[in-house]
Design a protein around this ligand. Structure first.
Ligand code: ZN
Length: 506
């Protein structure tokens, strides 16, 4: 059906003057009665990084977009099956809407941004859907038009206590990734054998996610500024990254602390992403480290510079532990690409689940997984599947546990056996390779064992009562390349010392 021209009213906003610092720019748009759909045409030049957000008269975010340096057409509709990803369906209420553009300073002169908004009253069921240049949001609703995440965090796919394999960091077409949500989910479940994924787009939250047999998908967001990124794992609400004056909260240290506190108040787990991967390393020197529950020690191992960045992150992690900041160490593929794509010609593809984080969880629900991460019950691996038998005075422990409970007054006999059970399919290392297990006690490598698949490595220690200690293990190739690391067990914990990033960043 052709739309009559009278059904469409076009409003245009255009910007050609940009300040030298990043800002949010606001434009008001009056929407009359009877409008059922907004179609946004976005075009710009010379802006290195930009977002468009649209808020309805109730103040809720109804359009979320990250610029892809090409003209784009987005649809926000009352009908869910017509909405572009990032745009939560719901009433298009009459009143003053706000079009908000987050812009970083232009690279060169001549930058411009234009947004044409078609207010359509002729749409609705049966009418031909305006074609979006991005995929339609398909699947189970996530972000609602009231700004809340519509996921039952306690709903469990499994109730069994065991290791669950997943990935905490990834991107799709909603931000700057190349895959659709459906493609990413199928790859995660069918090829990589993951039990869960946390979807973490740059400053945007998916409005829906397709169901995939055997895979739990958890909403998240990667708060992404020019001086650092962190993941909100288990996001429950939209997170503001700028204030009503247009100042970008995520561009200053105090503002970033406020965003971290807001994410914690939602019940989410905050994870410091790739802290040493320049130019996306963490540069907010005064970040209160107690606002993080986790650190992404290992970001995409196929990306140049990340092998060294992971080694630096391991050291910073130990420095945090030395100050009583007992962060969980996790991994994230940070995958952006199509399944076969690699960052280096002929290199290992950058793919979801590389590395994988194994989480010892009471079940497979968002809540139980996040609780387990808070308890540091994790190991991270590029292939080795580990069997861990950890005991303190005979009591069985998991990674992340306090060995001194409940016998706080006694010397502790630590007995830790690590075996490489098998190798996950598609592992970069052959299972018959000679490997090393490195034992790190209170931040110092104290022993290296030769290892191979099926051979157990055992470490015993006697820890005096009352002294703070922690012990963790790494699996490496004989050349020293990292293959896996396990979160520490500890005893007689000190109270966390007030710590900001510069005290532990080295
Ligand atoms: Zn990322």
């Amino acid at each position: 059906m052709m739309q009559r021209i009278a059904d469409v009213q076009r409003v245009t906003v255009r910007e050609e003057a940009f300040l030298p610092e990043p800002r949010a720019l606001f434009y008001s748009v009056e929407v009359g009665e009877g409008v059922r759909e907004l179609v946004l045409h976005i075009a710009y030049e010379q802006l290195p990084w930009m977002h468009v957000f649209v808020r309805d008269p109730q103040g809720q975010v109804r359009v979320q977009y990250l610029g892809k340096h090409r003209p784009e057409r987005l649809v926000l509709s009352e009908a869910r099956e017509r909405c572009t990803i990032g745009c939560p369906a719901g009433a298009i209420s009459a009143g003053t809407w706000s079009v908000e553009a987050v812009v970083y300073p232009p690279r060169e002169a001549g930058a411009w941004l234009q947004i044409d908004i078609d207010l359509q009253s002729g749409g609705g069921p049966g009418a031909e859907a305006p074609e979006s240049t991005l995929p339609i949001a398909e699947g189970v609703p996530w972000l609602t038009s009231t700004g809340e995440v519509a996921v039952d965090v306690s709903e469990a796919a499994h109730r069994e206590q065991r290791w669950y394999k997943g990935d905490f960091h990834m991107h799709t077409l909603l931000s700057d990734g190349k895959q659709t949500p459906g493609q990413l989910s199928r790859l995660a479940a069918e090829r990589q054998g993951l039990d869960f994924i946390v979807v973490t787009e740059h400053n945007t939250v998916h409005t829906a996610w397709p169901r995939q047999e055997g895979l739990l998908a958890v909403p998240g967001v990667e708060i992404t500024g020019s001086r650092g990124h962190f993941n909100v794992l288990g996001a429950r609400e939209w997170i503001n990254i700028y204030d009503r004056e247009g100042r970008l909260t995520l561009e200053d240290g105090a503002g970033m602390n406020r965003i971290l506190a807001a994410a914690n108040a939602q019940g989410a787990v905050c994870s410091l992403n790739h802290p040493y991967l320049a130019p996306w390393d963490w540069r907010f020197t005064d970040t209160d480290m107690s606002l993080f529950a986790a650190m992404e020690i290992w970001n995409d191992p196929t990306y140049e510079g990340n092998a060294e960045a992971a080694e630096q992150a391991l050291k910073a992690w130990d420095r945090c532990w030395a100050r009583g900041i007992r962060l969980a160490g996790i991994g994230g593929s940070d995958t952006h690409m199509l399944p076969g794509d690699s960052y280096t010609p002929g290199g290992t593809p950058s793919i979801v689940g590389d590395p994988a984080t194994y989480v010892w969880s009471d079940g497979l629900s968002p809540q139980s997984l996040l609780d387990a991460v808070r308890r540091r019950r994790c190991y991270v691996s590029r292939g080795p599947v580990l069997s861990l038998d950890i005991r303190a005075n005979g009591r069985e422990l998991r990674p992340g546990d306090d060995a001194s409970e409940p016998a706080r007054l006694w010397e502790l006999a630590i007995d830790y056996t690590l075996s490489i059970e098998s190798f996950a399919a598609a592992s970069a290392v052959k299972p018959d390779d000679i490997l090393r297990v490195v034992w790190i006690e209170s931040g110092r490598a104290v022993r290296v064992d030769q290892a191979a698949t099926g051979i157990a490595c055992r470490f015993t220690a006697s820890w005096p009562a009352g002294q703070y200690r922690w012990l963790r293990a790494e699996v490496r190739t004989k050349d020293g390349e990292l293959l896996a690391f396990v979160n520490p067990v500890y005893a007689y914990p000190i109270e966390p010392l007030a710590t900001v990033w510069k005290q532990v960043s080295g």
